[in-house]
Design a protein around this ligand. Structure first.
Ligand SMILES: Cc1cc2nc3c(=O)[nH]c(=O)nc-3n(C[C@H](O)[C@H](O)[C@H](O)COP(=O)(O)O)c2cc1C
Length: 357
């Protein structure tokens, strides 16, 4: 299938990619406990660049030493040593001139590392910790509600981390406002019971994400990309859909565009594009984001299947597609597509010993 749309170049705004396939962010908890990216991680990321991907988004990286860390052995970007570690990753990926974006992540109530956690409200998260990411398993602790000083600390952590990312040589950052982590906890009605300017109507619940976008814009320079990842589902609530479907989508996408985001990345974890990217009525949220904002939009969810990727691009649900597990089983997915080679399904046994590389 040499005419596959995923192989076409893409250029819009600050993004200029040789093709439309992107590696989705995937936590691999592979540092030695100090949050410093290792040489093995550099080799891991380089495989995707060699395999022809148009852009790589790194795993979620913690942003401060207060309450942001999600997993033991997760990488961070909170100091000079962690920054230096990321330089090795960038160097290896840049041998192929592939753009690389650092995903910035605050765990909030879903930390599998901390015992004392912070969240918008003191509500115990649904379900249990993810297997394979930590020795610690079972229920999440009940978090404390963040006070305003702690919210300011979150913003500061994201901004300083983005500045370090720019200094390290990343092409941009992606703000993780998806999958049930801190920023999504603010956006989601059932995890945010606040009565201040960060709670109540959706516009208020979006305030923290928007403040972070604006501040990062203000404190980074030039062509530095500021992307935002959103989702309906959560790692601890897979089937959750936005209560007001397209109406919520309009408010969320417009607010994020107005705050100054350079792209919107819509995630669908685990059960494919249709499961996580459509509203209850079957309407496409990535397509709405694209039509409403004119920003580049990345879609995700089972898109390593060539026909499915072609459908999403052909029907203009999104400009780019991000592969998670499909990139693990096919680190050379774009080259395979070009050469018309067989694409392998993801085998869950890949994580039999945990998610570390
Ligand atoms: C091991 C693993 C780790 C993940 N870590 C992250 C992460 O750090 N940040 C994030 O936004 N999504 C994360 N995800 C979700 C993926 O980016 C993606 O949305 C999901 O795998 C669905 O895409 P797929 O069907 O192509 O696999 C992770 C997924 C996996 C399998």
């Amino acid at each position: 299938m040499t005419s596959h749309l995923a192989l076409k170049p893409f250029s819009a705004g600050k993004l200029s990619l040789t093709n439309r396939s992107v590696v989705a962010p995937m936590s691999r908890v592979s540092t030695l406990g100090d949050g410093i990216p290792t040489k093995a991680m550099a080799d891991y990321y380089a495989r995707f660049a060699k395999g022809g991907f148009g852009m790589i988004i790194t795993e979620g990286t913690y942003t401060d030493r207060h309450f942001s860390q999600a997993y033991p052995n997760q990488p961070g970007i909170t100091d000079g040593r962690q920054l230096e570690g990321w330089k090795h990753v960038i160097e290896k990926v840049k041998m192929k001139e592939t753009p690389v974006i650092l995903q910035l992540m605050h765990a909030g109530a879903l930390s599998q590392h901390l015992t004392d956690t912070r969240a918008p409200s003191a509500i115990e998260p649904l379900r249990t910790m993810l297997a394979g990411y930590s020795m610690k398993q079972g229920r999440f602790p009940r978090p404390q509600s963040m006070n305003l000083a702690e919210i300011d600390q979150v913003i500061e952590g994201f901004v300083l981390s983005a500045q370090r990312a720019q200094e390290a040589g990343f092409d941009g950052i992606e703000i993780h406002s998806a999958n049930g982590y801190l920023l999504d906890q603010f956006i989601t009605d059932y995890t945010n019971m606040r009565e201040d300017q960060y709670g109540g109507p959706l516009e208020n619940r979006l305030r923290l994400t928007c403040q972070i976008i604006k501040k990062i814009r203000q404190y980074t320079q030039g062509d530095f990309v500021v992307g935002v990842r959103l989702s309906q589902g959560k790692v601890n609530d897979f089937d959750y859909l936005w209560a007001n479907g397209l109406e919520d989508g309009k408010i969320i996408f417009q607010s994020i565009a107005d705050a100054g985001a350079d792209y919107i990345h819509f995630a669908s974890e685990g059960k494919g594009f249709d499961h996580g990217c459509l509203t209850r009525e079957g309407k496409s949220l990535p397509k709405l984001a694209k039509d409403l904002t004119g920003l580049p939009v990345i879609a995700n969810g089972g898109l390593h299947i060539p026909e499915e990727a072609q459908r999403i691009l052909q029907d203009e649900h999104a400009d780019l597609i991000a592969l998670g597990t499909g990139a693990l089983s096919n680190p050379d997915w774009p080259l395979k597509l070009e050469k018309q080679q067989e694409v392998l399904d993801f085998d869950p046994a890949y994580f039999a010993d945990g998610v570390a590389i």
